[in-house]
Ligand binder design. Sequence first.
Ligand code: MBD
Ligand code: FE
Length: 257
Amino acid sequence: MSSNRIETVVSDIVDSVRHVLMRHDVTFDEYRAGVMYLVETAKAGEIPLLVDVFFNSTISDIENAVFGGTEGTIEGPYYLPDAPIIPNGGEVLTYEDDRNVPMIVRGTVRDLEGKPIAGAVVDIWHSTPDGYYGGIHNDIPADFYRGKVLTDAEGQYLVRSTLPVAYKIPDQGPTGALLVKMGRHSWRPAHVHFKVRADGFHTLTTQSYFEGGEYVDDDCCTGVRNSQIKGDVREDGAKVIENDFQLAPAAAARRAA
Ligand code: MBD
Ligand code: FE
């Protein structure tokens, strides 16, 4: 491969798009409409959403093939790096809401040999009971429905929160509107996002889904991986997500090996 990676990858993308335009005899008016669509998407602040809908899952698949460990899936556009630290066993900040269903998220973080990793950061974020994200939608504070918990000496973590619901990309915006024009829907199944970090390990970005949940079989972002669909576990009226993670060595450690 050429030593100029930008030249290599961008040229290939341009070639691929040219082929599509030719295959479908795309007209100048259609081309202009496409340009204006991108202008509108940028104005609406939806470039990350639009790109993640179509391409984030591909990047996750590439990372899975390269690194191994627990299967990763899409980060999505609503990750915020500065979520509050939650004590292990503690609670994520949520609003009182009649629709709240208590949720417990717990598990163990291990390396590829199965050895527990102490002090790993499990960064969790998910929607409100009406499908919005803290720090993104409806003036919900940025420290709500998000938090980082550190694993204990046994590599274990536990946090309490409330159950998220299926998320609809609003179809008033350019991204949802495009999906609708394509004859698709703009729903994602209910999910909990995770980013798991530990020194010397490749950061894992993944999500958990709920078995039998709406849109689990038909995610508009193609982000569902079977290994991340969780069975229906309940304890004391709370829905439990058991999520054990195996982290792969960091890229630098892989190169040195
Ligand atoms: C989400 O909550 C999400 O996780 C993705 C990938 C896209 C849109 C909204
Ligand atoms: Fe999400």
